[in-house]
Write a protein that binds this ligand. Sequence first.
Ligand code: HEM
Length: 508
Amino acid sequence: MLSLLILIGALILGYLYIRSTQKFDYWEKQGIKTRSPCYPFVGTLWKVWKRLNFASEWLLIFQVMVVDDLKDIKTYGKLIGLFEGTRPYLFCADPDIIRDVFIKNFDHFVNRREAMFTDEYMKKMLSALQGDEWKEARKRLSPMFSSGKIKNMSILMSECAETLVSNFKKSMNNEGIVDLKEHFGAFTMDVIATCAFGTKIDSLGSPHDPFVENAKKAFLNPRIRTPLVLLLLIGNIFSKRLSKMLISNEVLFFARVSKSIADQRRKEKLRERGDMIDLLLELQEEEQKECEADPTKTPVITEEFMVAQMMIFFLAGFDTSATTLTMVMYSLALNPDVQDKVVDEIKERVVQYGGINHEMVNDCPYLDQVIQETLRLYPPAFRTERTCNKPCEIRGVKFEKGVRIAFPIYAIHHNPEFYEDPEEFRPDRFAQSEKVLRHPMIYLPFGHGPRNCIGMRFALTEIKLALCHVLSQLKASRSPQTQVPVETAPSLGFFLPVNVKVKLEARE
Ligand code: HEM
């Protein structure tokens, strides 16, 4: 009896082994090297798992995904075969293939990986939607980010920038040493609160405001930084349960806030702030009219949809913009010549435009170069992905439905083959004359193609406004507490600088 059980057990194990390894020649057959080690059941994810030290510094994901991405390019080349469990996954740092996937063959690569969320709001977020549902939602939401709408929102952003400068000045008592991330994090939270949730706050001055407390718990949630997240990459068996564990209850606070504001504005027919709630309500009304005229149409902009978009704007826009601002100021503190040049440009434009406003910040080419170079050196999102939804062949590489492709943004930006002395901060690389000489797909801080970052213009406006306000009044310099290189916190997929301290002093 025992031997029969052992035999059955062995047969089951053998079957599972064969099933889990049968695709492992997928990339080799196409002449693409597979990264080793590649083990049954876990594929090449084993390498990531092994690097996690559960006891203390448990998440070295930045090390694995960024530094190792660069090493892997050197060892294997710009295309590397990987397996997430049994699913083929291509690591791609080849600019021509990137262009074909992002733009030319977009219809074959519409989606990112399937949402791991089961929550009714989270799964409706633009970033998580798939196929036609995503296309319709993106079409409806894009007008919210037109330059006219952003110009209206820039007035709200400027008010937050004034609070930012005043908070910096208050913190300068301590020999002028300030924590940049703390201040810029508060600023971008204030901007999202006012522009997306219609709520004016000073998150640094009022840390116990329920909005601020819930935002910190929901969007800086340490649970989403655990090694358990890796299981979500392997497959759907774990996804539903884990997503429930990892997504915090505070998220529901924001669902309630947005719903009650939307209800109030509907009731009072108030539409004067020009913020995202107003714009979503406008879109909903337009859609209602379309649906009344054509009853076969199904409405996209439901209550859940509206709440979901406000959440994703928070999730995607708050820390990414704060990181960019932090790293621009940090780089300027370390490069005083560049700072002087930017400040001269800002001062000149302030006189020309009679103050800091939407038009003025968009007419500062050198400031633009500084921001672009910062986003190259420190891209807040260090990878993005697409999943193949229709089989196709690109430059000799065959993609089956379900195969995923990763674009290592950080590693591409730091590849010496693409950028000379890539670790150096040199805004002149982004002068128009130099930029035109480079392949456009080696610069990807906001992704590319129809599924790029929808909030790009919003983010750039908010960043430029904040910098013009701060730099025209304050000078940043290196202090004994400024760490070089910058310290980063562990995170899955995002570059998170911490303890970024510089010295600030008032300008004459
Ligand atoms: C410096 C700031 C930011 C950076 C570096 C950034 C970067 C990115 C990247 C790399 C992607 C993936 C693009 C792709 O796969 O091709 C993305 C997507 C997205 N971003 Fe941003 N982002 C920033 C700010 C924002 C802001 C302020 C918002 C909203 C107000 C936002 C909303 C989104 C959304 C909704 C998506 C998903 C788009 C879709 O699936 O259609 N982002 N972002």
